[in-house]
Design a protein around this ligand. Structure first.
Ligand code: SF4
Length: 216
C-alpha cells in the first residue's frame, strides 16, 4: 500500500526502543504484528522510536496488548524522551558513552513531574548529532567531560540553549540537570517549555538557584 494513501490516522508510538536501540528480535516482532494487523507502514520518529501509522485506534491497542502492554505509557508530564547518539562505544568520534549516560539519566530523572514535555539529547562529541543546543536538556562530550545546555528548543519558536557548565563527570552532569529541572518546575507556568521560560528569565536567576544563592 502506498503510505501516502492513508495518512489521516493518528500515530501511536510503539513500546520499546529507547535511544534508538533495537534488537533484531524486536524488529521481527514488530514486523510480524504490523503484517498481521495490515499496518501499511511504520514511521521512525525524530525521538528515535517506531510509530505505527495509518491505522485504526483499535489495531494500535491490539498491537500494544500483543506486545505485552495494555496501553501506551501513562506518566506525569516530564521528560518525554531521551535521545542519544552511539557515542564512544560505536562512533569513532565519540569522546564519552552517551548511551550509558542516557540510561543513567532515564533512571535518575525520567519520573520527575515537570510543567511541560521535556526533551533530552545526548551527543558523544562536539559534532552534536543529537542537536543538544535545541533540546530542553542538551549534553555533549568533550575530552574534558560533559557540557550541559539548558533551555533549547527546535520547534516553532526556536531557541539556542544556554551552556550551564563544562567538564562534568556522569554524576555531576546528572546532578546539574536535576537542578535545572527543579528550577524549571518551580518557575515555569503550566505547559511552558524550558525555552520560553528562559526567554523571560535572566540566566543569573538559574545560576543563583544552582549555586544555592537564590532567595526562593
Ligand atoms: S555526536 Fe559525535 S560521537 Fe555522536 S554520533 Fe555524532 S559524531 Fe559520533
Amino acid at each position: 500500500m502506498n503510505p501516502e494513501s492513508n495518512t489521516t490516522q493518528t500515530y501511536h508510538v510503539l513500546p520499546g526502543p529507547k535511544m534508538g536501540l533495537v534488537t533484531p528480535e524486536y524488529l521481527e516482532q514488530v514486523a510480524a504484528l504490523a503484517k498481521k494487523h495490515g499496518i501499511p507502514f511504520l514511521k521512525l520518529t525524530g525521538a528515535q522510536r517506531i510509530a505505527i501509522a495509518g491505522h485504526s485506534k483499535e489495531s494500535a491497542e491490539a498491537i500494544w496488548k500483543e506486545m505485552g502492554q495494555e496501553q501506551g505509557p501513562s506518566k506525569p508530564v516530564g521528560i518525554h524522551y531521551i535521545q542519544a547518539c552511539p557515542g564512544e562505544k560505536w562512533c569513532k568520534y565519540g569522546k564519552r558513552d552517551s548511551l550509558a549516560l542516557g540510561k543513567k539519566i532515564e533512571k535518575a530523572l525520567m519520573d520527575i513531574p515537570l510543567p511541560a514535555k521535556t526533551k533530552v539529547g545526548i551527543s558523544g562529541c562536539a559534532m552534536n548529532c543529537c542537536e543538544c543546543y535545541i533540546r530542553d536538556i542538551g549534553i555533549f562530550a568533550l575530552k574534558k567531560g560533559w557540557t550541559l545546555i539548558f533551555g533549547g528548543n527546535g520547534g516553532g519558536v526556536p531557541r539556542i540553549g544556554d551552556v550551564i557548565q563544562e567538564g562534568l563527570t556522569d554524576d555531576e552532569v546528572i546532578a546539574l540537570a536535576r537542578k535545572c529541572l527543579e528550577f524549571y518546575a518551580s518557575n515555569a507556568r503550566k505547559m511552558e517549555r524550558t525555552g520560553r521560560l528562559m526567554r523571560r528569565t535572566p540566566i543569573e536567576a538559574l545560576q543563583d538557584f544552582i549555586s544555592g544563592n537564590s532567595s526562593e
